[in-house]
Write a protein that binds this ligand. Structure first.
Ligand SMILES: *Cc1c(COP(=O)(O)O)cnc(C)c1O
Length: 386
């Protein structure tokens, strides 16, 4: 299968480990570090990333779905795994079977988990999601207290923690909205604490929160994008520099490669690709790449992006097709069939970053890496640490 590949990703497992340790260095015990490895580890390969993070001392994992939990357990990972996303009642038996923990905000789901756990004599730890202003999942304080009571009264489940999620921490350098969310969350924590002996595990920080706000780390941080060596945004990078995090170096871990399928010359005036959106103004050498939007190479990159060939930039000509893309190699005479091409990552002195691709495709770095098709092989690579 991998032998027949035409495109593949190389993932630097040392970089993943180093990023996790850099985040850990910002926390203080007993805060748990729980990298978010949903969405095929943001495109880096679920199991590959999971191995790298366990090697670097991850305490827990966060995933989006019971399906991801299942895959990790079947691969032998035994650390605590928190399911952040929706658990349909029908998935409750698998949640129990694979010893997951879940974020909950719905009585029907709690009842389904309780019933499934009772059948197996298990107790599933649950985390209530508090509404603090994101208006995605989450319950108001009164609703949360009610759900907390229901959990207390139900067999097979126990309340382990409370969590919430920032709406506006990475999109701005003005953190007043995030500060208000943090204070709403802290009020909820106090109300819950008033009725109980043991302390609840509390969690609010994604990557941006983890990087910028050590005082908000609480019991567990849930960094995603930063563990892959990518900054959540320019604004987060700027905010981090403003609070003096100059020493913090995140290392991008993913390189996406392919090989040239064909090189050909076209004459001045020739149109290239669907819609004839590019026309050569002079004799032009084109390299055809066996990658397209099916693979996750966004069609929005058409006529805008460049790839790297022989360490030089080769601009896209015409529209990205479903399985092919054309690039200009007129200035790279040595380019020939079989030569390695970098779509994302470093080649020689040049780099195409996820951020640059995101700008061209009018999206964010998160979407660039997560949409690299799951069927494309992810190959672990080691780099010497710098
Ligand atoms: C995806 C996700 C995260 C991680 O966010 P990053 O910005 O990638 O760090 C954290 N918490 C929740 C609830 C999420 O859904």
């Amino acid at each position: 299968m991998t032998e027949l590949r035409r495109t593949w990703c190389e993932v630097d497992v040392d970089a993943l480990g180093q990023n996790l340790r850099a985040l850990r260095a910002l926390t203080s015990p007993p805060t748990l570090v729980a990298p978010v490895i949903k969405s095929n580890a943001y495109g880096h390969g679920l199991l590959l990333a999971a191995h790298a993070f366990v090697g670097a001392g991850a305490d827990w994992f966060c995933v989006d779905s019971v399906h991801e939990l299942e895959e990790l357990r079947q691969a032998g990972f035994s650390l605590p795994i928190l399911v952040l996303g929706h658990v349909p009642p029908a998935h409750a038996p698998a949640l129990v079977e694979y010893q997951g923990r879940a974020v909950v905000y719905d009585a029907e789901v709690v009842d389904a988990i309780s019933a499934a756990a009772l059948l197996r004599g298990a107790v599933v730890p649950l985390h209530i999601k508090i509404e603090t202003g994101t208006h995605r999942q989450g319950l108001t304080l009164d609703e949360a207290l009610q759900l907390g009571d229901r959990i207390e009264r139900s067999a097979g489940v126990k309340l382990e923690g409370l969590s919430t999620h920032f709406a506006n921490v990475e999109d701005t350098t003005d953190h007043s909205f995030a500060r208000r969310q943090l204070s709403v969350f802290e009020v909820a924590l106090e109300r819950f604490a008033a009725n109980r002996q043991e302390t609840l595990l509390s969690s609010i920080c994604n990557s941006a929160g983890s990087l910028l706000w050590p005082h908000a780390h609480h019991g567990l941080i849930r960094p995603g994008i930063a563990t892959y060596g990518l900054w959540p945004s320019k604004e987060t990078y700027l905010s981090a520099m403003l609070v003096g995090r100059h020493e913090l170096a995140l290392r991008p871990a993913l390189t996406w490669k392919t090989q040239i399928a064909q090189v050909k010359s076209v004459t001045a005036g020739a149109a290239v690709g669907y819609g004839c959106s590019f026309r050569a103004t002079t004799e032009t050498r084109l390299a055809i790449l066996p990658v397209g939007y099916y693979d996750g190479y966004d069609r929005g990159l058409s006529n805008l992006a460049h790839v790297l060939v022989h360490g030089q930039r080769a601009p896209l000509r015409g529209r990205v097709c479903m399985n092919m893309t054309m690039v200009d190699v007129t200035h790279i005479p040595a380019a020939k069939m079989g030569d390695e091409v970098v779509l994302l990552g470093v080649q020689g002195e040049e780099r195409v970053s996820a951020e640059q691709l995101a700008e061209w495709a009018s999206t964010i770095n998160y979407e660039i890496t997560t949409r690299i098709h799951e069927s494309i092989p992810r190959i672990a690579r080691r780099s010497s640490l710098v």
